[in-house]
Write a protein that binds this ligand. Structure first.
Ligand code: BMA
Length: 324
């Protein structure tokens, strides 16, 4: 990954104080991303000094210089959901059949749940539902149906990352016929104890390549005294059966090295959440030499960008593989 030379691309100072609760906010991080027409859009997680969370849209015509719109995202239909909802955060955006779906974490009384919303214009957002029972985070939708079903990766919260933060060490596959009701289908991958990705969770939604579904995830090393290290890695899944891992990066592809990644609200965090692939062929596969823009939260404080290509990411999946 090549870090953008002007990182961080968005900081708390860029958030417009257009509403009283947005005056002098604390942080902006973990954005969802999509290229919508010719516009690069980020859906930002903004946290104010009440430690309240708001989602805001930022837009750009080059994927690098963003301006944040003067409004917070409001979800129509959210009023029908039982309260309290403490936070809605870490949105992941997937376009399916020309509609943009947003899967987001929702901290509620019973725990963390996955919520779903849809938008056709990034101005009006319709809340579609929240999955009531399973405690999960890091839900991402595949951009098309596979074998007749919608497919989602999610990360059940089965333990903690310390300090009471719910977490988990498996990424699972769920399927659905309507995007609302989901059924567990398989466990895709486990964390690797002792190494860089002990706890894991999906990053941005998977991308279709000729080699398989390319998926960036985050891994947490928990075996260092007093600190968890959040990094990014990459995995390639079988095209026809995305419950099967073809190959998985032995090394992380991005780790906290710059000051803004090492110091902040939560130190030593790079958290990949948005990815834009510039070129697809006429069959919908990402071009091997296409540029890839990866947007990530740094230290839960600001937004950074790193770039690479599809080919380089696929090579990273195989790097360090032991030959028989
Ligand atoms: C995870 C999530 C992310 C956050 C990360 C680092 O558990 O809560 O939203 O960026 O921890 O604090």
């Amino acid at each position: 990954m090549r870090r953008y030379q002007h990182n961080p691309i968005i900081t708390r100072q860029d958030v417009p104080a257009v509403e009283p609760h947005l005056v002098d906010v604390s942080s902006v991080f973990n954005p969802g991303a999509i290229k919508f027409g010719d516009t690069y859009l980020l859906l930002l997680r903004v946290q104010n000094r009440g430690r309240e969370t708001h989602l805001m849209v930022a837009e750009s015509d080059d994927g690098r210089r963003f301006s944040i719109r003067n409004t917070c995202v409001r979800f129509n239909g959210l009023e029908k959901i039982a309260k309290p909802i403490f936070h809605i955060y870490d949105p992941r955006i997937t376009q399916i059949d020309n509609r943009c779906y947003i899967v987001m974490a929702m901290d509620m009384a019973a725990g963390c749940r996955l919520g779903l919303a849809v938008t056709d214009d990034f101005k009006s957002f319709q809340f579609l539902g929240v999955e009531p029972h399973r405690d999960m985070r890091n839900g991402v939708l595949f951009p098309e149906k596979i074998n007749g079903s919608y497919v989602r990766l999610d990360r059940p919260n089965t333990g903690t990352a310390g300090a009471g933060v719910s977490s988990g060490s498996t990424i699972c596959v769920s399927t659905s016929n309507n995007l609302i009701d989901w059924t567990y289908s398989a466990t895709l991958m486990h964390g690797r104890p002792h190494f860089w990705d002990e706890l894991i969770g999906s990053g941005p939604p998977p991308v279709k390549t000729r080699e398989g579904w390319l998926h960036i995830y985050h891994g947490v090393a928990t075996h260092f005294a007093g600190v968890n290290i959040y990094q990014a890695g990459v995995v390639l899944l079988d095209l026809d059966d995305p419950t099967k891992v073809k190959t998985r990066s032995r090394y992380n592809i991005l780790e906290p090295r710059e000051l803004c990644e090492q110091v902040g609200q939560v130190p030593n965090v790079v958290f990949p959440s948005g990815m834009i692939v510039e070129q697809f062929d006429s069959d919908g596969f990402a071009e091997p030499d296409s540029e890839v823009l990866l947007y990530y939260g740094a230290a839960d404080t600001c937004v950074c960008l790193a770039t690479t290509t599809i080919d380089e990411l696929i090579a990273a999946c195989y790097a360090g593989e032991e030959k028989p």
